[in-house]
Design a protein around this ligand. Structure first.
Ligand code: AVJ
Ligand code: FE
Length: 489
């Protein structure tokens, strides 16, 4: 019945919002000095993200969807900085106690946020919790019909995705900070031998070699989504609308590039060979003196170690490489004699199913991501080894497209034909045509609510504090084959 449908939507919204908040708590239940410190020029203090999460929820759920007044800040036990500013030369009154200005990401770049009179730890926690209480009251009364903002629970799903995206950003802040570990999780599954036998040496993971490839035959497929009820109903504006795209035959590697293989690129002079790099990439590599992925360093005896969430560990050779920039990904691809996939190729590989007659939501089908499908949601604090998720592979045998590491594509971030900004231009539209590359597939730090076959992430090509890795592709005239082994490098 319509009432049952409404209850289902309400329950899905509630559960997505509650899951996001549990994770936010894990990331922000840290000593106050850790919450207010700026751990990197590239990042906000965690306490800014926390109140920004609350402020966006107030804008979209309490005010836009609920038609209620802005939630006022609640003071904590300490004297909070926003108070003194509010009575002095306060920011322009924006109907929201100055908070809309303070937490507007466009008005204040990340590096300048520590200098703002932002809420302190107690006030940020109190404000965000208070917004949530109002938002839940709005959710309980919502009919989910008529207004496109609330239809299917969209705006609640959008806000849950927003919180989860900031949670991933805060996870990157945790990775950048120094000092003892604050986060703990069980180890991710280790690499597995490829199933099926023809791909790689029997009994051993041979990820120092080119990974096995899958050939995706040429032809049109449906890219993007119209957000029909189901796993794509909360797809964001930049994923829409669905449209047909012609993609020539190409070959794509069955798993992401591993640390072992990336270390061979380094040992083979990858960072010194000008010819492997684009002009911009080379200039950047010289300027930043790049010699290895971020967080890698040499131990006393010369072998590689990495810093991960406050601990120094040996590199896991069969784990996907992570914390590389687009420029490094491009140079690695040139060394391997291949290239990065385009965004359309990536999505066709992940979603197109020749006999389904439509593009599916995930590589394995339309079933919501479960633990067996993919390494998502910060269940683990690292990518899993290659081949670790056979249940998440495509029918054609491409593994780990979803989860583990974001995958750089060679495409800039552009609007799909027929794009309409919804519900606000600043989510996607203002970034189109900028200096960004699209990343696909999500990482171990991406929640399932913000990850699907259509989901589009983007960042500057120099960025590498994000959980980004590499998957290789190449042109392929032969559309007939289905699988072949790559040559040694
Ligand atoms: C889609 C991850 C690029 O973090 O800049 C958060 C998401 N938008 N708040 C970002 C976002 C507004 C966005 N990315
Ligand atoms: Fe945001």
């Amino acid at each position: 019945s319509p009432q049952d449908d409404r209850d289902d939507v309400r329950a899905a919204c509630r559960s997505a919002l509650e899951r996001a908040r549990r994770r936010t708590r894990v990331l922000t239940d840290v000593p106050d000095d850790q919450l207010t410190a700026q751990h990197s020029e590239l990042m906000s203090p965690l306490v800014w993200d926390l109140a920004h999460i609350g402020n966006q929820e107030d804008l979209w759920l309490v005010r836009a969807a609920g038609g209620r007044a802005a939630t006022p800040p609640v003071t904590g036990p300490q004297d909070e900085p926003w108070r003194s500013h509010d009575s002095g030369d306060a920011p322009a009154h924006d109907g929201a106690h100055g908070l809309d200005d303070l937490y507007d990401a466009f008005r204040h770049p990340r590096a300048t946020r520590p200098a703002l009179p932002i809420l302190g730890p107690e006030a940020a926690r109190g404000y965000t919790a208070s917004v949530r209480a109002h938002a839940m009251a709005v959710l309980e009364r919502c009919g989910f019909d008529g207004d496109p903002l609330t239809a299917g629970g969209f705006v609640f799903g959008m806000v849950a995705q927003h919180e989860q995206q900031h949670d991933e950003t805060m996870l990157a802040t945790h990775q950048l900070r120094t000092g003892p570990r604050l986060l703990h999780a069980p180890a991710a599954p280790r690499a597995r031998r490829p199933l099926g036998g023809d791909a790689g040496a029997p009994g051993a993971v041979r990820s120092d070699r080119a990974a096995p490839e899958v050939v995706v035959p040429g032809g049109a497929f449906t890219m993007g989504t119209d957000g029909a009820p189901g796993p794509e109903s909360w797809a964001l504006d930049n994923e829409r609308p669905a449209h047909r795209v012609e993609v020539a035959a190409f070959a794509i590697e069955a798993v992401p590039v591993t640390n072992r293989r990336y270390a061979r690129f380094i040992a083979d002079g990858g960072y010194r060979r000008r010819e492997l790099w684009s002009e911009r990439g080379w200039r950047h590599r010289l300027q930043e003196v790049l010699e290895a992925p971020q967080f890698w360093s040499r131990a006393g005896d010369g072998h590689w170690v990495r810093r991960r969430f406050g601990a120094t560990e040996d590199l896991e050779p069969d784990e996907p490489v992570v914390h590389v920039s687009y420029f490094e990904a491009e140079a690695f691809a040139a060394w391997a004699g291949k290239r990065l996939p385009t965004e359309a190729e990536w999505e066709k590989a992940a979603r197109h199913h020749p006999s389904a007659g439509h593009s599916r939501a995930y590589p394995w089908g339309d079933e919501a991501p479960a633990e067996r499908h993919a390494n998502l949601g910060q269940r683990h604090l690292s990518p899993a080894g290659v081949w670790a998720y056979p249940d998440g592979a495509t029918a054609s045998g491409i593994h780990q497209l979803i989860g583990d590491v974001w995958e750089w594509t060679s495409s800039g971030f552009e609007a799909y034909p027929g794009f309409r900004a919804f519900p606000y231009r600043e989510y996607s539209e203002v970034f189109f045509g900028g200096d960004y590359r699209v990343l696909r597939g999500g990482s171990f730090g991406t929640d399932a609510v913000a990850c699907r076959g259509t989901f589009r992430n983007w960042d500057h090509p120099v960025r590498r504090q994000i959980f980004a890795g590499i998957r290789l592709a190449r042109d392929c005239a032969d559309a007939a084959g289905s699988s072949s082994s790559g040559a040694d490098e």
